[in-house]
Design a protein around this ligand. Structure first.
Ligand code: PEP
Ligand code: MN
Length: 352
C-alpha cells in the first residue's frame, strides 16, 4: 500500500504521518520522489482501510493498494517515477536510469591474467565504456570447466580499476564471498543461475554496494521482480535488472532467446533501471551489434557486452565475445542509436 502526500507537504507533517502509522503497528518507508513524497507500507496491509488512513492528515492526497506481489520493486511504489542507481567510480559518479545517458559495461567473461584484463580495460574505456566486467568466480555448467581464478582475479580487477578508473562489475556466487567481492567491485553481479538463491539475495541485500540482478534462464518476469524484491526488502534499494536471454527450444542457432520485450514490460511494471546483455542473450558475437542497437531502441538504460583480446583463445564464452576492434565499431553505432533515442552521454541528463 502507498500513501501519496500532496506536493509541498511539510517534512514535519510527513514524519507525523509516519509516526502515527507506526503506532498502528506498521513500518512506513518514506520515499522521496522528484515531485512528491510517498509513504510505502509493506506487510500485513490487507485489513487496512484506505479511508481510515486518509483521515490521518489533510496533506494525504490518496492511499493506493499495490496490486502486484512485488511491492518495493513495483513502479506504483515510487508513484510511477523511475528510480536511479548512482555508482561512484574513480572516474566520477555513474547514473543508471531512465532519465540518464546509456551506460556501457564491457570486458571479458573471465579474468584470465593481468595483461589481458588491463589491455581490455584500456580498450573498452577508450571506446566509451564506464564499467569493466569480468568474472573471478564463474558459474559453469560443467564442474570440469574453468571455474575462474577466484580471489587472485579480484586483485587483477582492482589493478584494472586503478589503471583506468573504470568501475568494476563482477559476480558473487556464494554468500561467504560477498565481503571480499564488495571490497573490489563497484557493482555486485548475481548471475542467472543464482537469481533464485534466496539466502544469497537476503545476504547481499544487507550490504550497500549496488546489485546487478541477471534474469534466471527460466525465470518469468514476475519471478525476476520477486527476486529483486528480496534484495530491496533486505534494505538495499540499488538494484539494476539485467535481461540476458531465456531458454527456449532453439539451441542450435542461438544460445538463449534475448527477450527484448522484457524492456518495455519492465518499464511499465518497475521503477528499477534496466540492462541488457546481448552476449549471453545470443551466444554469438555476430549477433551482438544488432541486438545492442535493438535493446537501445527498446529503451534499455545500459548494456553489458563481452570483449576479449583474442576470443578464439578465451577460457570461457569466446564465441560470443567481440574483439576490441569489433567493440570500437559497435560503440560507434551504439552512440548513433543512443543519440537517436535521446540517451547520448553528450547531453545533460533530463529531469523527470
Ligand atoms: C556472465 O556474466 O559471465 C554470466 C555467467 O552470465 P549469466 O549469469 O547471465 O549466465
Ligand atoms: Mn560469460
Amino acid at each position: 500500500m502507498i500513501v501519496v502526500m500532496k506536493a509541498g507537504t511539510p517534512e514535519l507533517e510527513v514524519n507525523r504521518v509516519c509516526d502515527e502509522l507506526i503506532t498502528w503497528g506498521l513500518s512506513p518507508e518514506k520515499i522521496i520522489g522528484k515531485h512528491k513524497v510517498v509513504i510505502g507500507l509493506v506487510g500485513e496491509t490487507a485489513e487496512l482501510d484506505p479511508y481510515q488512513i486518509e483521515e490521518v492528515s489533510p496533506w494525504i492526497e490518496s492511499v493506493l493498494r499495490v496490486e502486484q506481489p512485488f511491492k518495493r520493486a513495483s513502479r506504483a511504489y515510487r508513484h510511477n517515477e523511475s528510480s536511479e542507481v548512482v555508482v561512484p567510480t574513480p572516474n566520477g559518479d555513474v547514473y543508471f536510469g531512465e532519465h540518464h545517458p546509456l551506460v556501457i559495461t564491457a570486458g571479458p567473461c573471465s579474468v584470465e591474467n593481468e595483461e589481458m584484463i588491463i589491455e581490455v580495460a584500456k580498450r573498452v574505456k577508450a571506446a566509451g565504456a564506464k564499467f569493466l566486467r569480468g568474472g573471478a568466480y564463474k558459474p559453469r555448467t560443467s564442474p570440469y570447466a574453468f571455474q575462474g581464478h577466484g580471489e587472485s582475479a579480484l586483485a587483477l580487477l582492482a589493478a584494472a580499476r586503478e589503471v583506468t578508473g573504470l568501475g568494476i562489475i563482477t559476480e558473487v556466487m556464494d554468500t561467504p564471498d560477498i565481503e571480499k567481492v564488495a571490497e573490489v567491485a563497484d557493482v555486485l553481479q548475481i548471475g542467472a543461475r543464482n537469481m533464485q538463491n534466496f539466502s544469497l539475495l537476503k545476504q547481499i541485500g544487507k550490504q550497500s554496494k549496488p546489485i546487478l540482478l541477471k534474469r534466471g534462464m527460466a525465470a518469468t518476469i514476475e519471478d525476476w521482480l520477486m527476486a529483486a524484491e528480496y534484495i530491496l526488502a533486505a534494505g538495499n534499494p540499488n538494484v539494476i535488472l539485467c535481461e540476458r536471454g531465456i531458454r527456449t527450444f532453439d539451441r542450435q542457432y542461438t544460445r538463449n532467446a534475448l527477450d527484448l520485450s522484457a524492456i518495455p514490460v519492465l518499464r511499465k511494471l518497475t521503477h528499477l533501471p534496466i540492462m541488457v546483455d546481448p552476449s549471453h542473450g545470443t551466444g554469438w558475437s555476430e549477433y551482438v551489434p544488432s541486438m545492442s542497437l535493438a535493446a537501445i531502441a527498446a529503451g534499455t538504460d545500459s548494456l553489458m557486452i563481452e570483449v576479449h583480446p583474442n576470443p578464439k583463445k578465451a577460457m570461457s564464452d569466446g564465441p560470443q565475445s567481440l574483439t576490441p576492434e569489433q567493440f570500437d565499431q559497435v560503440m560507434k553505432d551504439i552512440n548513433v542509436m543512443a543519440k537517436l533515442m535521446n540517451r547520448s552521454a553528450e547531453r545533460e541528463p533530463v529531469l523527470a
